[in-house]
Design a protein around this ligand. Sequence first.
Ligand code: GLU
Length: 548
Amino acid sequence: MDYQVLAELLFPQVTDTPEMLEERFPARNAPEGAVITRMAPSPTGFVHLGNLVQGLTSERMAHQSGGVLFLRVEDTDAKREVPGAVEVLIDTLKHYGISFDEGATHDGDAGNYGPYRQRQRAGIYHVYAKKLVSEGQAYPCFCTEEQLAAMREMQEANKETTGYYGKYAMWRDRSLEEIQAELAAGHPWVLRFKSMGSIENQFKFDDLVKGKLTITENNVDHVLLKSDGIPTYHFAHAVDDHLMRTTHVVRGDEWLPTLPFHIQLFKALGFKLPKYVHIGPLMKMDGTSKRKLSKRKDPELALTFYKAEGFPVKAVYEYIMTILNSNFEDWRRANPDASADTFKFSPKKLNPAGSLFDYAKLTDVSKNVISKMTAEEVYGLLVEWAKEFDPDFGAKLEADPAYATAILAIGRGGKKPRKDLATWKEAKPYMGFFYDEYLDAADFGDKFGKETVLDALNRFLAVFDIADDANTWFDKVKAITTDMGFTTDMKAYKADPTAFPGNVADISTMLRIAVTGKTNSPDLYTVMQILGYERTVARIKAAKETLN
Ligand code: GLU
């Protein structure tokens, strides 16, 4: 067979050569050791935690080494494409601190190695397809769906490995005449790789996460171009990562089974193989066993979930770092105030079996992150969240920024800041009582009789002075306590609770319920200071009403 003739027959329109493409996309001028890597997602519209893990890993590897991170869109499956998905992807990743140096953008492409959307690269793939055909390394296959299905059935019945290989590779050795006849009849065809591999052969391979792997050669004649001339993932991966001068491929380990084919393909094309970083799936505990996070079962897989819950971006980022690099937490303890991007990230520290996602741990990390923010920072982020997810609350916060910031400043600063909030969603339950419309009606329970509660409230109203400092204020509460026969001696009370009608904490709780509608709140003195004299008194009076 004259492969040159076949190549012309299949790709008459291709006039460019691989050499021309090499010239058009020259080696990058990158410093020694710089990692050139990419994200290559399909625009399905669903951006998930796995994307973020892959994105952060690539981003850190690229930018920590003075390299390049680019965005390539894998839009080869038009059926799965959702309009606007690329924009959603770019915006979501940007929101989490992942910015691309080049690649697909909102309004096109930026960079010298494009186009960065695979459907626009059909002509480029065809240059290499033609080359492979001309070398006898690829051939057209005219099998119909029915023929392939029948083949699979037979293989299954014979308990053989299914697939298009060896004696099952029906079009591998057909004559030029047979191919010409099919083409003349207008029958559709796909381009297949002619595998020279054998499953008898194994070789060693080093993956940056998985370590040393023993790989069995591929013997399947996989499809390179589909019948519409659009490449499969495998072919596009090889051509694009070569021409875009990718040095490291960071991707999910669901691609490991086809790695033998990818290695073979790079070799057949005469391309240098990039380094591979195969990331394990995100796992979670389900009862006592681990399982993969699932799109169907786990809302926390979607990145929109974190936004809606109101986890600050910084917290999600910190948390992902914690699960990706086992030494991040120690580093964080030693460098509490350092920016996370000064941490030396290493793909080698990734757990080869996949990282365990733990919601409680994320919450802890987030509490920590929020506790270190200034009140102004918290205010800004909370308002941004509330405007989208709780507009009524957002409007209240915005109506009086100084008031809201004073509330958010409670317990902030100092060596041991309070860790009240893990998410912005928790802010309203935490501080809503500061706004009259969100204040719950006082409910004093039945631990003490109405008369006792009224007595305490009246006594407080009689002495309350907004100008008091915290100590004076508390002395007054203690005086009320003893005047009512309650005790301020908590030890004595614990030793014999029957000896007293109650203690100083009970009196505080009565005041707290009257002023905040809750049994739990930030420091009551500070709460009253922020509410001011009039509102505090009005609330206590209103609470008294509920007792009548
Ligand atoms: N679209 C593929 C994925 O998201 C890309 C894999 C790759 O990075 O090569 O799994």
